[in-house]
Design a protein around this ligand. Structure first.
Ligand code: DX5
Ligand code: ZN
Length: 235
């Protein structure tokens, strides 16, 4: 039997001036998780928020919080994010390998790798689990699917945009990775970036079961309808 579709609200497109209201609105809309995009201005060309905001948000919701770490040296921060109250910690595999030539310099994006240090990645995934949190790997559009550490993963997040900003166009070529991961992997298969009424059915057909959405959800006048529509696609 197929797993039900879960919707994760990416607060990047929420109004940060009234975050707790926005979170209540997302809860009322029926989302399953909150997705918090943590960007450092180095791994991606944008800066957002860190553990202090997760700590501030934590008492305002019972929804599981996922921290999507778009940061260099994630290993230095895993504990802080766990302590701040993240339930799921999502780490980018591009932090565990030699960067491709086109993104090897400071200020070159998107970050992509052709190979990774699997032992290092496993170490961090284990660390996340030892802290009692769920461990996900995240894979950028230009990075291949690395399967070597899947036994240490509770989920795999396939990026369908180059990370950094909300409101970008869905890159459909990543769907082959979604399809590939469905073969044998029992954890969550999530997709992030450019999800909307047109792209969500494609993502689900490929095997995604967790849809992460920012602009489509927060830009809607009736977010409840959006969540109902997305979940209904799984039937
Ligand atoms: C991109 C972020 C996504 C983003 C999704 O760097 O990781 O979570 O907020 O935004 P939409 O749904 O607008 O593409
Ligand atoms: Zn994200």
């Amino acid at each position: 039997m197929k797993k039900p579709i879960k919707v994760s609200a990416s607060i990047l497109a929420a109004d940060f001036a009234k975050l707790s209201e926005e979170i209540k609105r997302s809860e009322a809309a029926g989302v399953d998780r909150l997705h918090i995009d943590c960007m450092d201005g180095h791994f991606v060309p944008n800066l957002t928020i860190g553990p202090v905001v997760i700590q501030a948000v934590r008492p305002h919701t019972k929804l599981p919080i996922e921290a999507h770490l778009m940061i260099e040296h994630p290993w230095d921060y895993i504990e802080s994010y766990a302590q701040a109250g993240a339930d799921i910690i999502q780490i980018q595999v591009e932090c565990y390998g030699k960067r491709k030539h086109a993104c090897s310099q400071y200020g070159q994006w998107p970050k992509e790798v052709g190979s990774i240090d699997v032992e290092l990645l496993r170490r961090d995934l284990r660390k996340i689990r030892q802290l009692g949190r769920k461990a996900f790997i995240v894979i950028n559009p230009g990075t291949p699917l690395f399967k070597e550490a899947l036994s240490e993963c509770d989920g795999v997040l396939i990026m369908s945009v180059n990370p950094g900003f909300a409101g970008q166009k869905f890159i459909s070529s990543v769907l082959s990775k979604v399809q590939e991961i469905t073969e044998g992997f029992k954890g969550d298969i999530a997709i992030d970036g450019g999800i909307n009424a047109q792209t969500a059915p494609e993502a689900i057909a490929a095997g995604a079961r967790v849809l992460i959405t920012a602009s489509y959800l927060y830009g809607a006048s009736n977010p409840q309808e959006i969540v109902r529509f997305l979940k209904g696609l799984g039937n």
